[in-house]
Design a protein around this ligand. Structure first.
Ligand code: Z5A
Length: 227
């Protein structure tokens, strides 16, 4: 039985894979490459993102990236991300997983832990309460954390942006982005069963090969061993 066939069980829940990382780490690029590969394996998958991914959450995305949330302070900005996630999970992610569709999500709750928790100093109590309300027991089956030196990531992001203005997070200083990288490395170290830290400074194809290896080791192996 092929690897993909091993996890394509009739009536089974879809797999939930989140991609995390700092600026320009290549999440969107890797999600697209993985979606193409899963499609070739005839696995049904959707690509979505946070903040956003549903009509209501996309409105909140616009608010947050405009810098409006920052004006309200870290706790209130966290509530905005939570409101967006609540809508996204209820209307897009959970229904897809229930139908056996795989969900590839560009950022999820680890972004809140890293950006609002570690960098915004929002207390664990507030983060845990928000998590309980928005996602309950739902967590990704696999989280790919793309790790890239800050200078490389920012250079990629700037090249892509061209003459456009940086958004609320892109505009933060270099220390912010360095702390963010550290926060993600810590998240990966604390939850090795779910998270795989991947060196994302290599070519897109080389990174994609590492992502596929992570799927093989964490999802396909799991499915065959429990078959
Ligand atoms: N946020 C938060 O604070 N709390 C939360 O709970 C959530 C989010 C969910 C959303 O930004 C912001 O919201 C985010 C955190 C915050 N902060 N920021 N900024 P966004 O969705 O607009 O942007 P992003 O998530 O940071 O992604 P990105 O900057 O768009 O980058 P990316 O998706 O990781 O990278 P990419 O688009 O695939 O690649 C960037 C460029 O590099 C592009 O030109 C590629 O062609 C190139 N690239 C990609 N991979 C490579 C390799 N391997 N080599 C060379 N060049 C490459």
């Amino acid at each position: 039985m092929g690897e993909a066939a091993a996890v394509r069980r009739p009536g089974g829940r879809g797999k939930f894979i989140s991609f995390e990382g700092g600026e320009g780490s290549g999440k969107s690029t890797q999600i697209k490459l993985l979606a193409d590969r899963l499609a070739a394996a005839k696995l049904r998958a959707i690509v979505t993102r946070e903040p956003g991914g549903s009509p209501g959450a996309e409105i909140i995305r616009h608010l947050v990236l405009s810098g409006m949330g920052k004006l309200l302070g870290p706790d209130a900005e966290t509530l905005l991300f939570a409101a967006a996630r609540d809508d996204h999970v209820r209307t897009v992610i959970q229904p897809a997983l229930n139908q056996g569709t795989w969900v590839l999500c560009d950022r999820f709750s680890d972004s809140t832990r890293a950006y609002q928790g570690r960098l915004g100093n929002v207390s664990p109590g507030v983060l845990n309460a928000m998590q309980r309300v928005t996602i309950g027991d739902l967590k990704p089956d696999l989280t790919i954390i793309l790790d890239v030196p800050v200078e490389i990531g920012l250079k990629r992001a700037a090249a892509r942006r061209g003459t456009g203005a940086p958004d609320r997070f892109e505009a933060e200083d270099i220390k912010f982005h360095q702390d963010l990288r550290d926060a993600y490395r810590q998240i990966a170290a604390e939850d090795p069963d779910r998270c795989v830290l991947i060196d994302a400074s290599a070519s897109p194809e080389a990174v994609a090969a590492q992502v596929w290896t992570a799927l093989r080791d964490h999802l396909f192996a799991m499915a065959t061993s429990s078959a």
